[in-house]
Design a protein around this ligand. Structure first.
Ligand code: ITT
Length: 177
């Protein structure tokens, strides 16, 4: 059994769909360090959660990186989603010529041996909201003609940043056994 420390039900849902082992969601609110690096944030979070919980755990730190804004909001995506909302992020992006963006996710796993990180990314573009699935920025992120909110969890995992990070994590877990 794997413990996923996250306050985000959408992330937990995708991890359950993807990982071969059972995933238990743990709602410990680890303090998120401020950094431009998702790796650093995820690794520090996993280390902290492992110390607190005393069992192997993993966390996911992710964000939306908009090309026209040099990667903003990136590691600040959660804050920006809460303050501006995804419609305003879309409106601001559409004032620019370049609508390209990238989702990135870093999964960090911590146990008594230390921390391992796995990352994934996917390219797409920012569009007016479409679809009702997924979570967060999914309705405004289009990948090959379809927004992430128009995909099932399985379809999204097959191409998404999180799916890729979880795949690398799953391979590492399988090799370790
Ligand atoms: P935890 O830290 O508790 O796991 P969180 O939602 O605060 O939950 P982050 O700090 O990693 O997670 O912030 C990620 C932000 O990026 C947040 O606004 C998400 O909605 C957004 N995001 C990440 N992955 C996404 C995805 O697959 N689809 C849509 N939005 C995503």
């Amino acid at each position: 059994m794997l413990r996923f420390v996250t306050s985000n039900a959408g992330k937990a849902c995708e991890a359950r769909e993807y990982l071969p082992e059972e995933v238990e969601r743990v709602e410990y609110d680890y303090p998120e360090i401020q950094s431009d690096s998702l790796e650093e944030i995820a690794a520090a979070g996993a280390r902290d959660a492992y110390r607190e919980i005393g069992e192997p755990v993993f966390v996911d730190d992710s964000g939306l990186f908009i090309d026209a804004f040099e990667g903003f909001p990136g590691p600040y995506s959660s804050y920006v989603e809460g303050k501006l909302g995804i419609e305003r992020v879309q409106e601001l992006t559409h004032r620019e010529e370049d609508h390209r963006a990238r989702f990135r996710a870093v999964v960090a796993y911590a146990d008594g041996d230390g921390v391992e990180t796995f990352d994934g990314s996917v390219r797409g573009r920012i569009v007016a909201p479409r679809g009702s699935g997924g979570f967060g920025y999914d309705p405004i992120f289009e990948h090959r003609g379809t927004t992430f909110a128009e995909m099932s969890a399985e379809e999204k995992n097959a191409v998404s940043h999180r799916g890729r990070a979880l795949a690398a994590f799953g391979d590492w877990l399988a090799e370790r056994e």
